[in-house]
Write a protein of this length. Sequence first.
Length: 80
Amino acid sequence: MSEHEHTVMAFDDQGREVMIDILVSVKELGELARSGPVSGEPALRTREGHPVSYLGGGEFSVTLPGEEATLFRTDDLDVL
């Protein structure tokens, strides 16, 4: 199994930025199954390991220590 990682930079309304790592586990089933690699749901977290939820449309809900969930946005077209 391998992991593919993609990172996006997102900003909140106050101008704070977070780096969000998007990890997708890929399992290779081999030639006998003839279906190729199978990937699971992406795992999202900040570079520091804080929880992230993808809301769609380039928006993320990020929970930083001592704060309620905050909306962060990205203009990166290759989010998920």
